[in-house]
Ligand binder design. Structure first.
Ligand SMILES: Cc1ncc(COP(=O)(O)O)c(C=O)c1O
Length: 389
């Protein structure tokens, strides 16, 4: 079926579209063949898409041992497994750090454990879209055992200095879990050299796979207790779940078509090269921001984002209305509201939310031109109607 190009899709930070043809082909092909893989079939041929996806991810994230890449349902699921598993490993109340830039995928599990009295939680503020390593150092106490934070803000598009923050945490013996849902696929990542203990990723955003895929890479599996148990297709006589990697954290049947697509998405990115992806995204981001800045009644919440994410509001026009007009009149699809990151909005727009436009490798310069023109026209009309009121 031909791709529908009757609209301009700028909601890639929520979920990417379109997917590369290679991804669609891999998903479909995986459904057209019987599954081939460890311990669950007598088939002697076919594609082991799980191993292929593990290899691809370890290449992209700079993980030396592919077995230390674990697959889950999505980034949220990964963060739940990591946080819950860490707390299971540590008796007593521990002090945990996170940031006001974080997504509900981090904030909600941590607040739930705080509510249960299992952790003491400190939420660090940000300045100009970034959390400073100095603020992390100041917040650390002798009881601080864990920090969970995003690699890149899904609202402001700012990449965090996880190198410096990780060094501070490791100097104090604390564990560092990073939510890479927005960053993976957009920026170079070499976990081998980063002071990060576990890195959660999602398949359906910049990795260009389909929804229902994701996982995490982990350095020391012993630091996190397993929280899921079941069939692995290995060591089946044992009534206890295997402790080796990656089975330690994976139970049940994998999402084979999803992982086939994810492997193809990551291979697509690796063949283009992150540098090329970043250059194109950066050029289009700079253009969109330059255009929006021409309207005095548009507030852009970060004027120099590292990711292809532009968050803004038009004065006197609710963000939902802007999104509605963009979609209905101009066929430009973005996202409005709180973007699952309520504390960011408390800090930048008083909790009202904003419009977010997020482009991808597949966005053309012409689409950026039309989208910028549409936003500017809405802003000009809003200005006119306010001044004539
Ligand atoms: C920063 C951040 N973390 C986590 C998530 C959740 O990702 P997933 O849909 O894979 O659970 C998102 C996506 O909305 C995100 O932007």
């Amino acid at each position: 079926m031909a791709e529908d190009r009757s609209f301009i899709y700028l909601n890639n930070a929520a979920t990417s579209w379109p997917k590369p043809p290679e991804v669609l082909a891999a998903v479909s092909e995986s459904l057209s063949l019987p599954v081939f893989g460890s311990g669950r079939t007598t088939a002697s041929q076919g594609e082991d898409c799980v191993t292929k996806a593990r290899d691809a991810l370890s290449g992209l994230l700079g993980v030396k041992t592919p077995g230390h890449v674990v697959f889950t349902q999505n980034a949220t699921d990964s963060l739940n497994v990591l946080i819950q598993g860490f707390l299971k490993r540590h008796a007593g109340t521990c002090h945990v750090l996170t940031t006001a830039l974080d997504h509900n995928s981090v904030l909600r599990p941590l607040h739930e454990y705080e509510r249960q009295g299992r952790i003491r939680l400190t939420v660090l503020p940000f300045e100009d879209g970034r959390v400073s390593p100095g603020a992390v150092a100041e917040a650390i106490t002798p009881m601080t055992r864990l920090m969970v934070m995003t690699h890149a803000s899904n609202v402001l598009g700012t990449v965090q200095d996880i190198q410096a923050i990780g060094e501070v945490l490791h100097d104090h013996g604390a564990c560092f879990v990073v939510d890479g849902a927005q960053a993976a696929g957009h920026v170079p990542i070499n976990l081998e050299s980063l002071p990060v203990d576990a890195y959660a990723f999602t398949g359906h955003k910049a990795l260009l796979g389909i929804a229902g895929t994701g996982g995490f890479a982990i350095k020391d599996p012993e630091a996190i207790a397993p929280v899921r148990f079941g069939g692995t297709g290995t060591d089946s006589f044992s009534l206890l779940h295997p402790t080796g990697m990656p089975e330690r954290f994976e139970a049940g049947t994998h999402n084979y078509p999803g992982l086939a697509g994810l492997a193809a998405g990551v291979s697509f990115i690796l063949s283009l090269g992150i540098k090329r992806i970043m250059e194109k995204a950066g050029r289009q981001t700079a253009y969109l921001i330059r255009e929006l800045e021409k309207e005095p009644n548009i507030t852009i919440y970060h004027g120099n984002p590292d990711l292809p994410i532009i968050a803004f509001n038009i004065r006197d026009l609710p963000n939902d209305d802007v999104g509605f007009i963009l979609a209905r009149r101009y066929k430009v699809i973005g996202r409005t509201g709180l973007h699952c990151a309520p504390l960011v909005h408390q800090a930048i727009d008083g909790g009202a939310g904003c419009v977010r436009l997020s482009h991808s490798w597949f966005t053309t310069d012409e689409e950026c031109r039309i989208a910028a023109g549409a936003v500017r026209e809405i802003a000009q009309n809003a200005d006119r109607s306010v001044s004539s009121a």
